[in-house]
Design a binder for this molecule. Structure first.
Ligand SMILES: [Zn+2]
Length: 192
């Protein structure tokens, strides 16, 4: 990079662009970003308007573009974060919470599942957010307190959704006539 005298350093971008022809960055592609024009500088730091492959736009520092630190409008970071969360969740796939989540959906939506008639067959559903997101489910019901707990609805006429499903300790509060169901549920949970 060329070292300008102090007086020039203090000038704003358009001025400097005129002086040193620094509009040379326009059209450059850095990661997902394409430099489209000069942006007002921040102090002595040169900045550029950039458009992103995703359709977004951003203003990036020149040093950051040059250093490879600005590579997108922010979409790349978001994608990487999602990937990392997926990866972390992977460890949860063997957890009782994940199995309960899968089981809940299977009961409601898989007609070939032996318990379907008691659930989906009677109109039981899972709310849209829980259906698509294990994270949301886990956030709302929390971790299973113990091996004696199973996921139940508070009101059997309502769907599996926040406020209507919780972990219930099976050996204390399940009515006698339903205990065989519970035992069956637990064996399914254990087998999965
Ligand atoms: Zn983007």
């Amino acid at each position: 990079m060329i070292n300008f005298p102090q007086s020039v350093q203090r000038l704003t971008i358009p001025d400097r662009a005129q002086i040193d022809g620094s509009s040379h960055m326009i059209g450059e592609k850095l990661g997902r970003l394409t430099v489209v024009g000069a942006a007002p500088s921040a102090g002595s730091k040169r900045r550029w308007h950039c458009s992103c492959d995703c359709g977004g736009e951003t203003i990036a520092f020149q040093w950051s573009l040059r250093a490879g630190r600005s590579r997108s409008c922010g979409c790349l970071k978001a994608e990487e974060l999602n990937k990392r969360q997926d990866h972390e969740l992977h460890g949860m796939h063997a957890s009782p919470e994940y199995r309960a989540w899968k089981l809940m959906k299977t009961r409601c939506y898989n007609p070939r599942f032996p318990e379907y008639p008691t659930y989906g067959g009677r109109g039981a559903t899972v709310c849209e957010e829980w259906k698509t997101s294990f994270t949301a489910f886990l956030r709302d019901v929390g971790p299973r307190p113990s091996q004696q707990h199973r996921l139940v609805r508070i009101d059997d006429q309502q769907s599996f959704c926040p406020g209507n499903a919780h972990w219930l300790k099976t050996r204390s509060r399940v009515p006698k006539h339903r205990r065989h169901e519970v035992r069956r549920d637990l064996s399914i949970l254990d087998e999965e």
